[in-house]
Write a protein that binds this ligand. Structure first.
Ligand code: URA
Length: 200
């Protein structure tokens, strides 16, 4: 089976499991993830916004445009990466995802990562960063790559070593000059991280 087939099966399971039925009822559709299932780099955002909800794809609004600019600056595009969110339905009125919603979606995100098996995990904002690094403080720890082990099954038989790069969320940095520059500076490390990890 191809990785895409496995990913499609995880998407279908989210629907079959009736995950977060209230969010599912208020959202237009599930926003599962897009990009290259063979990518070395996976980006994880928070939750779909209005545009993502309408189009069924992550990061297609203003913060997605900013993300595309940062990707282009490091010679990457959407076909080189895979991109998803922790929470896969739009929270009403763009509110923050609730702790329970993040917890409920985490096993599906882990399943996606297990299929893709990236070498680098770029977390966008504190919500997705804290899923993997619960003690992280985004204002202090952004831009500092860290080697972590992701254990997938309850019996921890499958472990994936990745470098995680926690970044500010593009939406938070979009209209804040200082944070925007910090995010672009942090982002510019990505090629070097890929080079190091693929040569190690
Ligand atoms: N913000 C996110 O965290 N994810 C999206 O898909 C869009 C905006």
């Amino acid at each position: 089976m191809s990785k895409q087939t496995d990913l499609d099966a995880i998407r279908d399971t989210i629907i079959a499991d009736k995950v977060t039925p209230e969010l599912a009822a208020s959202a237009t559709q599930l926003v599962f993830g897009t990009g290259n299932p063979d990518a070395d780099v996976v980006f994880v955002g928070e939750a779909p916004g209005k545009n993502e909800d309408l189009q069924g794809k992550p990061f297609v609004g203003a913060s997605g445009k900013f993300l595309d600019e940062m990707l282009a600056a490091v010679d990457l595009n959407r076909d080189d990466i895979y991109i998803t969110n922790i929470v896969k339905y739009r929270p009403p009125d763009n509110r923050d995802p609730l702790p329970q919603e993040k917890k409920t979606f985490l096993p599906y995100l882990q399943a996606q990562l297990e299929v893709i098996a990236p070498k680098v995990l770029v977390t966008l904002g504190r919500h997705s960063s804290n899923c993997f690094l619960p003690d992280l403080q985004i204002s202090k720890d952004h831009g500092q790559p860290k080697r972590i082990k992701l254990a997938f099954r309850a019996d921890k038989t499958r472990v994936l070593e990745v470098v995680i790069l926690p970044l500010y969320h593009p939406a938070a940095a979009l209209y804040n000059g200082g944070m925007r520059q910090t995010l672009m500076d942090d982002f510019s490390q990505i090629p070097e991280i890929i080079k190091q990890i693929t040569n190690s």
